[in-house]
Design a protein around this ligand. Structure first.
Ligand SMILES: NC(=O)c1ccc[n+]([C@@H]2O[C@H](COP(=O)([O-])OP(=O)(O)OC[C@H]3O[C@@H](n4cnc5c(N)ncnc54)[C@H](OP(=O)(O)O)[C@@H]3O)[C@@H](O)[C@H]2O)c1
Length: 334
């Protein structure tokens, strides 16, 4: 049977999604964005990837986070997205914020990695072709490259915007001092940095400690948290072992032997706090991030529409009592 054409749900903006202004820009982002790092590659089932993308957009998730090397294989998550863009999403392009990044190894030789102007432009051209897009909404420098002059990377971002290939630019995982340079450089050229993308969750508070989160807020730059569920650890996924097909069972970016008895004991205690709040652990973990208005959006990964549905329900309760917050900290840091 031929798949019926996709029509977005008429209730997509009444399904409970909330939108937050990104820094001092005019752009509102959904508090939940969908990331395509895992589960959208050419090793994955196209039907499942398509169902998740449709489900996300039907529930008000308007921001899709990609990078040149998401897959596996490299580039294939962008190709998957490009197929869905062509078949389903094209009429809705103006309702979406589509992002991509360059900064890691992508193709052989000296021009397929890091932060040169040569690499950033070539990579973006390739990404646009793979995604069947004329422009992306946000183009990120995926990582800080200490060997390329910052001016070169940042001027490439400026020129990418001036050429209309991206509407906004952002940086990911740049250290605080380099981030300040980037914010000043970009603002000085009337292409203000829209957003900082950093790893942040209940377990990993580095962006609090380094001042990155506060710095972004102070500079009028939005902040989006990646791996907000610590790749699935901060959910009920590993409460009773390592399930077949889970990220830890695949073992590339999350190893099964990192799910130690001590970690499971922590997750079990966190799960009990979540249950008392009437939430799943995934919902509580995301709510914990989104309670902070400095966090514009969280970029979740997902392997099913059921997980996405759970994820979205976090928005029903973003309030924590001081006692709950203290309890979470005791579990995390004891
Ligand atoms: N800038 C960067 O350098 C960088 C780095 C990493 C990620 N990112 C971005 O951030 C996005 C998210 O990263 P991530 O995938 O690590 O995020 P995550 O949200 O921390 O982890 C996603 C995984 O958690 C599990 N999960 C999700 N919802 C669940 C639920 N409701 N209940 C139980 N388990 C659930 C799934 O694991 P299973 O697959 O096992 O089911 C899913 O694949 C990426 O796709 C990418 O866009 C950016």
């Amino acid at each position: 049977m031929i798949n019926p054409p996709y029509y977005a749900s008429d209730s997509r903006y009444d399904a409970g999604m909330k939108y937050e202004r990104c820094g001092r820009s005019g752009l509102l982002l959904p508090r939940i964005s969908l990331g395509l790092w895992h589960n959208f590659g050419d090793v994955d089932t196209l039907a499942r990837s398509r169902d998740m993308l449709h489900f996300a957009f039907d529930h008000g998730i308007t921001c899709f986070d990609l990078a040149n090397n998401y897959g596996p294989s490299y580039g294939s998550a962008e190709e998957t997205f490009g197929q869905i863009m062509k078949k389903s999403f094209a009429p809705y392009r103006d309702e979406m914020v589509i992002t991509t990044k360059a900064g890691y190894d992508m193709w052989p030789g000296p021009y397929g990695d890091r932060g040169s102007r040569k690499y950033l432009f070539a990579s973006l051209h390739q990404s646009l072709r793979r995604m069947n897009l004329e422009y992306v909404d946000i183009f990120y420098s995926h990582r800080f490259d200490p060997d390329t002059p910052m001016e070169e990377t940042l001027q490439a971002l400026v020129d990418i915007v001036r050429q209309g290939k991206a509407l906004y630019v952002g940086i990911s995982k740049w250290p605080a001092e380099a981030s300040q340079f980037a914010y000043d450089y970009l603002a000085g050229r009337d292409v203000p940095c829209l957003i900082y993308q950093g790893r942040y969750n209940m377990m990993d508070r580095e962006v609090e400690k380094s001042g990155i989160l506060e710095q972004a807020a102070r500079c009028g730059v939005g902040f989006t948290a990646f791996s907000p569920l610590e790749q699935g650890i901060l959910t009920d996924r590993y409460l009773h072992g390592v399930p077949e097909g889970s990220r830890a069972s695949i073992g590339k970016f999350l190893k099964a032997d990192s799910i130690t008895p001590a970690l499971v004991e922590k997750i079990t205690r966190l799960n009990a706090i979540a249950q008392r709040r009437g939430q799943t652990l995934a919902e509580m973990s995301l709510a914990w991030l989104l309670k902070d208005s400095r966090v514009t959006s969280v970029i979740v990964g997902s392997s099913s529409t059921a997980q996405l549905a759970d994820t979205i329900r976090c928005l029903d309760n973003l309030n924590f009592t001081p006692h709950e917050l203290a309890e979470i900290d005791i579990v995390m840091f004891s």
